[in-house]
Design a protein around this ligand. Sequence first.
Ligand code: AMP
Ligand code: ZN
Length: 488
Amino acid sequence: MTEPLFIYNTLTRTKEKFEPLHPPLVGMYVCGPTVYSDVHLGNCRTFVSFDLVYRYLCFLGYKVRYVRNITDAGHLEGDRDEGDDKFAKKAKLEQVEPMEIVQKYTLGFHEVMQLLNTRPPSIEPTATGHICEQIEMIKQILANGYAYEVNGTVYFDVEKYNQKYPYGLLTNRQLEDLIAGTRELGGQDEKKGRLDFALWIHAKPEHVMRWPSPWGWGFPGWHIECSAMSSKYLGDTFDIHGGGMDLQATHHTNEIAQSQACHQKAPVRYWMHTNMLTVNGTRMSKSAGNGFLPGELFTGAHPLLDKAYSPMTVRFFMLQSHYRSTLDFSNEALKASEKGFQRLMSTYALLENLRTGSSSSSNIKELEEKCYAAMNDDFNSPILLAHLFEGARIIQAVHAGSETISSEDLVTLKKFMKGFLFDVLGLRSEATLSNELMEGTVGLVLSLRKEAKDRKDFAQSDKIREELNKLHIEIKDSKDGTSWSINQ
Ligand code: AMP
Ligand code: ZN
């Protein structure tokens, strides 16, 4: 194992040495997508960031249970437990069942995650699949005295909670400041306190997604699913909880309150938050309407895009900034990423045929250590990439004959370049993939041509040659067989 890993903990606002509760096991929970619409590139940034965390922890030898939920119920349009249900509204618009909406956008999400080469989580629980667990948790919070029921809706009592535990811990805010920043209660409000939020919501007659509960027919509030599912799969206290920083002030603050009120333990040891993907400085979001869909990038079908960008270019673009920095989306930045990614990959391909000498011009071991040091410093992928580019520079210099490398160092260089590029950063060489496909396909066509020649069907074999020529594939027959090359 290398030097210790340090993680920036949002809760303490410091970088802390990572010490899991039950090593080598690590429990990690990440708030997943709300599947009433397509995920946009901003959502993807958060999931790619936690994929990096997951991959690096596994790379270090930890056995990670990675839980990422699917939010498929309980989201109302307003942020005050009122307004239309987002799933029902979309279902009405598309004239389908709400669960068809859930299915459609879950499948779309998985497809995008696969294209971006993120590893699937160990468990992907859904809110609708855990209604019983949510009800049980609400019952316990009520029994512990931190919630109250009004007309079939159960609210969390923030002021009562704050008498024992500091409510605004995650964002370092006092309750009075938080209250001052919220709208006053109106005459219609059932809540006792301005910051109180719903754990369970009474279903109006028109509400489709509804379940029976001790408080009548209803549905869970926005935050309870994550508390219920994280404790079910990872325990009352677990190692890492993540999400975008837009979730800190409300969703995660309320998650802490619910879990603490239920189990009387702090639920999470390391809170991690990713910064936002922005477009011209404005946060990319579904509601702002400035969301780029991954598919629009991969095909180039968006008025603001000059061209299409491959999934690995997009992943590389995201990894070029640290997860806690903002990342602004632009054609120029993507073009630069495309170039950088291709350069790194084509140089990596030279590694296989490098000649070794008796000694090395560069310190390869030190470069390897720097790669680990970058990742151990709160998953600093841009610094890691700078070191990998230094690795690429060395490869090129050795290839050109201006530097030398010993055979021992070449083994080290191959090992860590491969490990960090593919296992940790999760990149994959798109050129290699299509080359393999190309080799296979042309090989197949040439074997058909050989069969035609063997049965003296020269018309057919010439036709195959001509058709391949039209595709700029030139074939050469010699006494050793047939070879081919791309003629551009
Ligand atoms: P949602 O589907 O809206 O619940 O969001 C899924 C995840 O994406 C959450 O962790 C959000 O914090 C995160 N997210 C939303 N917008 C952005 C953005 N512009 N940049 C990065 N992450 C985001
Ligand atoms: Zn959540």
